[in-house]
Design a protein around this ligand. Structure first.
Ligand code: PLP
Ligand code: COI
Length: 343
């Protein structure tokens, strides 16, 4: 357990660091046990555990923010709990009750309050719940025992650069998830599947890969570990797909666009050629927040879709980001009921 909390809040990266206590809970004999605190950041695991061999693992990512008033706010915790439950069902893990998830998250935030960055640094406490199969198996079958752990650490920006906007690499060479596969679940295997593509993008100077649908390679899926949205004619447009993660940030932006900015929202298939008609484009997610897109280079065809020439975000991206942050930090009224206070 880390005791020294002297942290350089202004220069946080999006990286792991050991903090205070984490919370753990085991599932055995058909039921979840009690939540326990741990001051260790390691686990003991059977060498044949299903999570190691067959990828029986799911995780979540959510954030807590400190407001001007000093209070700590967790953003849309119940939505993450529901998505983790869906992931559990999707890869045959014990179902994690929404209430247990929320109790564990609140306990971890409470126990790590000194690691929640102060207001004004653009930083937050990133909360990482993870669940995995622990039963030793060599035959491919689901585990009977599972462990659920929640830990947290302060983080800064995910896509760090010297500009407000970031470049993406579009290619048809890789798929992240199959049309009827596990793309809608937040399971580790999807991220392993994207590592070769991701590293190629990084080595070429891009922030992440821009994926098209795996079946036809015609429609936009998502961008790295973030959903995609485009803006045109006062409309917020975002892909409908059976292989992307249902992003909670994306849902939040749709609500802000509609209810606060008075925009239209379209959730539908977005053909790749439509990129040429968009006024603005962005990647969104808990880690990515809103990362306005500078340009998308199609490295297969040589075409470039450019959304920003001077490195600045467009006006709608700026407004969406302003309202999202203001609700998260408590500067703006939470008209949607997204915030849980831990104090
Ligand atoms: N898509 C993928 C593949 C992700 O890993 C994430 C991150 O969680 C997102 C989208 C964004 O989802 P959310 O806004 O719920 O964090
Ligand atoms: C998140 O945005 O919470 C993610 O999980 C993205 C990534 C760091 C895997």
């Amino acid at each position: 357990m880390k005791k020294d909390t002297s942290i350089d809040w202004a220069n946080l990266t999006f990286g792991y660091q050991q903090t205070g206590l984490n919370v753990r809970c085991k599932y055995a004999n058909g039921k979840w046990g009690d939540l326990m605190f741990s001051d260790s950041d390691t686990i003991s695991l059977n060498i044949a555990a299903t999570c190691l061999h067959y990828g029986q693992e799911a995780f979540e990512g959510l954030k807590a923010f400190r407001g001007k008033d000093g209070r700590v706010r967790i953003f849309r915790m119940k939505d993450n709990a529901e998505r983790m439950l869906a992931s559990c069902k999707g890869i045959k893990m014990a179902e994690l009750p929404v209430e247990l998830f929320c109790e564990a998250v609140c306990k971890v935030v409470e126990a790590n309050k000194e690691f929640v960055p102060p207001y004004g640094y653009g930083a937050s406490l990133y909360i990482r719940p993870v669940i995995f199969g622990t039963t030793p198996r060599v035959g491919v079958r689901p585990a009977d025992e599972f462990e659920f752990i929640v830990f947290a650490m302060p983080v800064g920006l995910y896509f760090k650069g010297d500009k407000e906007t970031t470049p993406f690499m579009l290619t048809r060479k890789y798929d992240r998830a199959a049309p009827l596969g596990t793309g809608t679940y937040k399971v580790g295997g999807n991220y392993a599947a994207g590592m070769v593509a991701g590293e190629e993008a990084h080595s070429k100077g891009y922030s992440a890969v821009f994926y098209l649908d795996a079946r036809e390679k015609k429609y936009i899926d998502e961008c790295g570990a973030a959903n995609f949205f485009g803006i045109k004619n006062n409309t917020y447009i975002t892909p409908e797909s059976t292989s992307i993660l249902p992003s909670i940030t994306n849902k939040s932006l749709q609500a802000i666009a509609e209810r606060i900015l008075g925009m239209k929202v379209e959730k539908r298939k977005v053909p790749v050629e439509e990129l040429a008609t968009l006024e603005e484009a962005g990647a969104c997610g808990t880690a990515a927040v809103i990362s306005p897109i500078e340009r998308i280079d199609d490295i297969d065809t040589g075409e470039s879709y450019i959304f920003s020439k001077n490195g600045e975000a467009g006006p709608v991206c700026k407004k969406l980001l302003k309202h999202l942050k203001a609700i998260q930090n408590g500067d703006e009224e939470d008209i949607f009921g997204w915030i849980t206070y831990v104090d």
